[in-house]
Ligand binder design. Structure first.
Ligand code: GDP
Length: 293
């Protein structure tokens, strides 16, 4: 009976804590799993990126995977426990700030996992309760710079921007949602321009510009679809305005427009793997994350 009570205590105890969470999203192959594994091993503040990371075989790319991380006052990554380790949760040093990092798959038919997580502001599942604070959207900056990197004829920048479009619209809708009387808390977005160790990688400012241009193009083609359905621009109802990304009616999309919806977007480069001298590692991403919690 004692183990049963102890187990019950530990399981229910976790439900009292609502941890802040960071959602990791982005197209397949961008480096999300590698980043999760690195942070899980406590590599958040190490300047030296490893040259190779082996991803555990048990980790499938069809489900989300959540890890618990923590940091001390100095910002140091102090913990690498899995959320399922309830015993550790119980004994953890409370002077550290804890948060959840949720890695989600990037395949087209699995993206709903990240999008659903955004729309439900506070997520509560067995043994895990979290409040979304930030989205880290990982892109492969080397693939973005290479026009020949395509998946069935679609370029890497289009694949990344189409997914980012859905993520940003989901964040907009979340802020506009009138379902609750309380305004949802602001969510920040970090677009990480990964793989800077590769010489073909585009720097952050170029990644920003090419994503903004591609998001503008997607927005135009989506609004054409709406107009071609027989309505004039003035007749577009609130539903159409709802799915318009950024400031309504503007010609070009810029990440600044997301401020209207309390969403700050930053684009920062770095690398999870490879020669540290070639890229800036993951330190600035880690510092960004913990400053948003
Ligand atoms: P995910 O689909 O977004 O989870 O991507 P993965 O984490 O599985 O990474 C896809 C591939 O990119 C793997 O072969 C990684 O080893 C590689 N990769 C991830 N980050 C970097 C990086 O910073 N530099 C280099 N050169 N390769 C990386």
């Amino acid at each position: 009976i004692v183990p049963i009570i102890a187990h019950y205590y530990l399981v229910t105890r976790t439900d009292y804590t609502v941890l802040p969470s960071v959602l990791l999203a982005g197209p397949a192959g961008a480096g999300k799993t590698a980043l999760t594994v690195l942070l899980e091993r406590g590599g958040g503040t190490s300047l030296q990126a490893p040259t190779k990371i082996s991803v555990p075989e048990t980790r499938t790319s069809t489900k989300h995977h959540t890890i618990e991380l923590s940091f001390s006052n100095t910002g140091e990554n102090t913990s690498n426990d899995d959320v399922n380790d309830e015993l550790n949760l119980h004994h953890r040093d409370t002077t550290h700030t804890r948060f959840l990092l949720r890695d989600t798959p990037g395949a087209l038919n699995r993206r709903f996992l990240a999008l659903d997580y955004i729309s439900s502001s506070t997520v509560s599942t067995t043994g895990e309760s979290a409040k979304l604070k930030a989205v880290v959207f990982v892109v492969d900056a080397a693939a973005l710079g290479d026009d020949t990197t395509t998946v069935s004829g679609t370029s890497a920048v289009t694949i990344a921007a189409e997914y980012l479009y859905d993520v940003l619209v989901a964040l907009q809708r979340r802020m506009n949602s009138k379902n609750t009387s309380k305004a949802p808390s602001a969510v920040s977005v970090l677009v990480v321009a990964n793989k800077q160790d590769l010489f073909t990688a585009l720097p952050a400012n170029v990644v920003r510009a090419s994503l903004e241009a591609e998001l503008t193009r997607i927005r135009v083609s989506k609004s054409k679809g709406m107009l071609e359905s027989g309505k004039g621009a003035d007749d577009l109802g609130s539903d159409e305005q709802d799915s318009w990304l950024g400031s309504y009616g503007t010609e070009k999309f810029t990440f600044h427009q997301m401020r209207e919806f309390d969403v700050e977007v930053d684009v920062v480069d770095g690398n999870v793997l490879g020669n540290a001298a070639a890229g800036s590692g993951v330190t600035s991403w880690w510092e960004w994350m913990i400053s948003r919690l």
